[in-house]
Design a protein around this ligand. Structure first.
Ligand code: ZN
Length: 142
């Protein structure tokens, strides 16, 4: 008899991506159908972020360790690295999931993303929205 309490196993594949000039490269383990939080906070709007947040241990920065500069503001909890040559932010450290990392769907070069599910998030009222958006807390959990 099948158990109904079993956790649904979603197959994960290795996405590879990086910045525009190619100095920053990485791999990220995630499903081929990814969920992106479309947030309207100041930086997500300014940079048009489209981030998939995953546990940190599923992200591997392959090259570019010394080619990024970190931008930070407000609470300073989120870190926004950008390539010092081409300026592209291809991944970031989210305030929402301190044990996670977000990679940008538009920086994936491996044509491995099959579908993007968007969830709207009111980042202009960050604290209240985050308290309500339970799904948002789980992205960095195994
Ligand atoms: Zn670059």
């Amino acid at each position: 008899m099948e158990s109904t309490t079993e956790k649904k196993v979603v197959e994960e594949i290795l996405h590879s991506g990086g910045c525009h000039c190619g100095k920053v490269t990485w791999t990220a383990l995630a499903p081929s159908t990814v969920t992106v939080v479309k947030c309207n906070c100041s930086i997500c709007i300014a940079k048009q972020y489209s981030a998939v947040i995953i546990p940190k241990n599923k992200f591997n920065l392959v090259t570019g360790h010394d080619d990024v500069q970190i931008y930070s503001f407000n609470t300073g909890k989120a870190k926004h690295p950008f390539c010092t040559t081409c300026g592209v932010t291809s991944y970031y450290f989210p305030r929402s999931n301190p044990d996670g990392i977000g990679f940008m769907t538009y920086s994936v070069k491996s044509s491995s993303i099959k579908e993007i599910i968007c969830k709207a998030f009111d980042g202009q009222n960050w604290e209240a929205s985050f308290a309500e958006a339970k799904y948002f807390h789980e992205f960095s959990k195994e």
